[in-house]
Design a protein around this ligand. Structure first.
Ligand code: NAD
Ligand code: DAU
Length: 354
């Protein structure tokens, strides 16, 4: 069958990528979706079980840093467009091991850009390279009412955000230097099913279930802007189809929470579902050494994508967080699978000094 587009989605076995792959495979039977993922500790094909047999879906296990292989995949699968999500994504890991972040996030992105440049040079206008990025490239806000807009200067602080900022710059450089058609979106913190339980929300839900301590960094006063992952996937669909090339779109939930307040909400909902007395798990809260260079506050101004593309978050936070907590508590098998092996070693090592 000849497909209208052959879209390479990188990192499709990860948290956000698996939601994007689901959406594109189900919504666009006229597109062939090629999910390319290295299956690091964060990638899990279980996340894609229900679509793996669909005709318009292909999975390829590959490393985005392996340029020769990426180039040959572009050619053999006639890749027409890229939605690039593959990355090392956890800030704490980047503090321990910045090299891996530079390699995957910078060199990996460069390798994809270079393959796209070589394969699409006859007519750049009919191809799109979409980079899915983060609001962390903008640095940190004070506790005031300022927001990150698309015009905010880049000011990354962690090795993770520095690597994402560098990859954004490479994407723009390929647009300006070679004429590759590109678009970038910078999103706030996502939550929902299939997130690896090293991140705040799934980690804490799992720990509440097992009566383990909840390691709150610093005083728990840092603020994050939370967005349900399926709303992010819808925004990516919209930016891919209707976003203007050369542009950046900020995506966020207009939904700021201090970590400690969010943690108390999670405890309340989880205790209710688990049949514990109200607030019982608050005793698990343990204040630990702060994350190095911990950004104070992130908050996105998502008015551009709202006004220009008509996107808005669809789910109220109260509904989204309850749905998410239920999902993790009902999918213990998934949690057990991803928290065995390497995860356990990392986790023990990570918190051994706390
Ligand atoms: P994740 O860690 O859950 O998934 C990353 C995926 O990339 C995994 O499947 C992993 O196997 C794959 N991968 C890693 N290195 C690879 C390599 N060298 N070659 C091929 N595949 C590789 O990440 P996520 O949270 O789903 O984030 C996806 C993207 O969205 C990232 O680019 C991240 O920077 C960005 N982002 C994340 C958030 C968030 O809140 N999670 C917010 C904004 C932007
Ligand atoms: O803003 C978008 C970013 O959001 C993405 O680009 C990243 O890929 C994603 O991991 C996320 O980064 P954060 O560092 O904000 O997410 P994390 O879940 O690691 O932490 C959320 C907040 O909770 C942060 O202020 C640190 C704090 N925290 C985190 C963990 C894991 C704790 O207090 N204790 C913890 O154990």
């Amino acid at each position: 069958m000849k497909y209208k587009k052959n879209i390479l989605i990188t990192g499709g076995a990860g948290f956000i990528g698996s939601h994007v792959v689901h959406l594109f495979v189900n919504k666009y039977p006229e597109y062939q979706i090629i999910n390319l993922d290295k299956l690091t500790y964060a990638g899990n094909l279980t996340n894609l079980k229900d679509i793996e047999k669909k005709n318009n879906y292909i999975f390829i296990k590959a490393d985005i840093c392996d340029f020769d292989n990426i180039l040959s995949i572009f050619k053999s699968h006639k890749v027409s467009d890229v939605i690039h999500l593959a990355a090392e994504s956890h800030v704490d890991r980047s503090i321990k091991d910045p090299f891996t972040f530079a390699q995957t996030n910078v060199i990996g992105t460069l390798s994809l850009l270079q393959a796209a440049k070589e394969c699409w040079k006859e007519d750049y206008s009919s191809h799109l390279f979409y980079h899915v990025s983060t609001d962390e490239v903008y640095g940190a806000l004070e506790f005031d009412d300022t927001l990150f807009t698309e015009k905010t200067s880049y000011d990354p602080h962690s090795p993770y955000s520095a690597s994402k900022a560098a990859s954004d710059h490479f994407v723009r450089a390929f647009q300006d230097t070679y004429g590759l058609q590109t678009v970038i979106s910078n999103c706030s913190n996502n939550y929902g099913p299939y997130q690896f339980p090293e991140k705040l929300i799934p980690l804490f839900i799992n720990n509440i279930r097992h009566g383990k301590s909840l390691p709150v960094y610093g005083k728990g006063e840092n603020v994050r802007d939370w967005l349900y992952v399926e709303d992010h996937a819808r925004a990516i669909d919209l930016v891919f189809h209707e976003g203007k090339t050369r542009e950046t779109y900020n995506i966020g939930g207009f939904n700021e929470w201090r970590n400690i307040d969010l943690i108390k909400v999670m405890i309340k909902v989880a205790d209710k579902i688990l049949g514990n007395s109200e607030g019982a798990s608050e005793r698990l809260i343990t204040y630990v050494t702060d994350r190095a260079g911990h950004d104070l506050r992130y908050a996105i101004d998502a008015n551009k994508i709202k006004n220009e593309l008509g996107w808005e978050p669809s789910l109220q936070f109260e509904e989204g967080i309850e749905k998410t907590i239920r999902w993790y508590l009902e999918n213990q098998e998934w949690m057990d699978e991803v928290t065995s092996g390497e995860y356990q070693m990392y986790y023990d090592n990570m918190y051994s000094d706390r």
